[in-house]
Ligand binder design. Structure first.
Ligand code: HEM
Length: 414
């Protein structure tokens, strides 16, 4: 008999919006399986978690992305026409441009720019009673990534650009007016970056050849024509937005450092331990809940039929906390990464498989670089923590400590 672990709770859209990180785990626990059939946004959906499931999800002969991403996500977080919705050769060609921007030397350069901007900002933080780290990081990251990507950022427009980039990832998963604000921000970011692409093509701007702005302005589509301006702008935003979103992970670095001071001291003192600490932050804390695709051609897996067109969701947070693969998954233990992170389907906060050929995030090198630098910068910064709500709010998307991580920084010196 075919085993059909099915959720008895009807459409999960609302439940997922209210509990975006843990709702799927709850369904898996209830069903006693790592595969659950349910309904999402009124569509039949198969939800998966774990290493074996990730292998299935990232097998492009089985799962494709075209048309899979829900419209509210495309109209805010991702933009329309970007690499996330492509498959096959078109995807590989577009992805190659992202990968070419991520050489170790270029990633290290972004790290240096970030560190210089942090040190400049820290002088200002020392003149203030306190700062909210989440808010304070976004201008720092925006300045660093714009300089790195060859995108001019005039001082008078900086605050506006920071607000719009932040709204793309911070407000996209909300309902009501905040979601509409994210849509507005998407239009503004696309228009801003579109005008930069136009300036480059018209010779009014000449960013260095190794920058993202240069790459996206001059990338050609399969027909040999330059990418449409809007598409080039969306891809340039695909570099800027997630780099600014690393503010979420850096807040979690700070959170983990205060919660585990011994591990934090070891991480500050030793490069290998710093890498393991950062990998455990990426495993342990919630950020991107899940990814979504569609069945390309019917197949069976674990006695279950996956019909053509079926919506499939891979639970990233749940996979990183899967008790079948992680010993004591709810404990923060950097030692689990002391031999590296190994299996491409094991630690998957930014997707699984191979970034060059599949949809795995091309920005992991950047994220790890910025988080590792943040360990040292936070250890050097002289600050105190006032009373505040440090509990992670799992209902928020992205999740954050209730306070955003408030720090008393008066006279803080680096
Ligand atoms: C894709 C997470 C940072 C660029 C993704 C995916 C996730 C993710 C979950 C989807 C994987 C999939 O569809 O299978 C994150 C997180 C980040 C981060 C949590 C921390 C802030 C970055 C950075 C960049 C970047 C710094 C670039 C500078 C992209 C792009 C894609 C992507 C272009 C689409 C890849 C594709 O569809 O082939 N990311 N990412 N991300 N990420 Fe990241």
């Amino acid at each position: 008999m075919t085993h059909r672990p099915t959720s008895r709770h009807g459409d999960q859209t609302l439940a997922l919006l209210t509990d975006p990180y843990r709702r799927l785990s709850h369904l898996f626990e209830q069903a006693g399986a790592d595969v659950v059939e349910t309904r999402l946004a009124l569509k039949e959906t198969t939800c998966l978690r774990g290493r074996e499931a990730a292998r299935i999800f990232y097998d492009e002969t089985r799962i494709v992305r075209a048309g899979a991403m829900p419209a509210p996500v495309r109209r805010t977080l991702l933009g329309e026409g970007g690499v996330q919705g492509l498959d096959g050769e078109a995807h590989r060609a577009r992805k190659g441009v992202f990968m070419s921007l991520m050489s170790p030397a270029r990633v290290a350069r972004l790290g240096e720019l970030f560190e210089a901007e942090w040190r400049r900002a820290a002088v200002e933080w020392a003149g203030e009673d306190d700062i909210v780290l989440y808010d304070a990081l976004q201008p720092v990251l925006t300045r660093a990534v714009c300089a790195w990507a060859g995108v001019p950022l005039e001082p008078h427009e900086e605050a506006k650009r920071v607000r719009h980039l932040r709204a793309l990832f911070d407000a996209a998963g909300s309902r009501g007016p905040r979601h509409l604000w994210s849509r507005h921000a998407r239009r503004r970011v696309d228009a801003w970056l579109g005008s930069i692409i136009e300036d480059i093509r018209a010779g009014r701007l000449s960013p260095d050849p190794d920058t993202a702005a240069h790459a996206w302005a001059w990338t050609r589509a399969a027909d040999g024509e330059p990418l449409p301006i809007h598409t080039a702008a969306v891809e340039l935003a695909n570099v800027l937005r997630p780099t600014v979103a690393t503010s979420v992970y850096i807040v979690f670095v700070a959170h983990a450092m205060q919660a585990h001071p011994d591990a934090a001291r070891l991480a500050d003192a030793d490069a290998g331990r710093r890498r393991a600490f950062v990998q455990e932050v990426r495993r342990f804390y919630p950020f991107f809940p899940a990814v979504i695709g569609r069945v390309r051609a019917p197949f069976r897996w674990r006695d279950l039929v996956f019909p053509e067109g079926r919506q499939v969701v891979l639970d990233l947070y749940g996979s990183n906390h899967d008790p079948a693969h992680w010993t004591d998954p709810e404990a923060f233990r950097p030692e689990r990464f002391s031999d590296g992170s190994g299996d491409p389907f094991g630690l998957i906060p930014q997707g699984g498989g191979d970034a060059a050929t599949g949809h795995r995030c091309p920005g992991e090198g950047i994220v790890v670089e910025l988080m590792e630098r943040a360990v040292g910068l936070l250890a050097d910064l002289n600050y105190r923590l006032p009373d505040q709500d440090l509990e992670i709010d799992f209902r928020r998307l992205p999740a954050l400590p209730g306070s955003g991580f408030r720090m008393e920084t008066r006279d803080a010196a680096l």
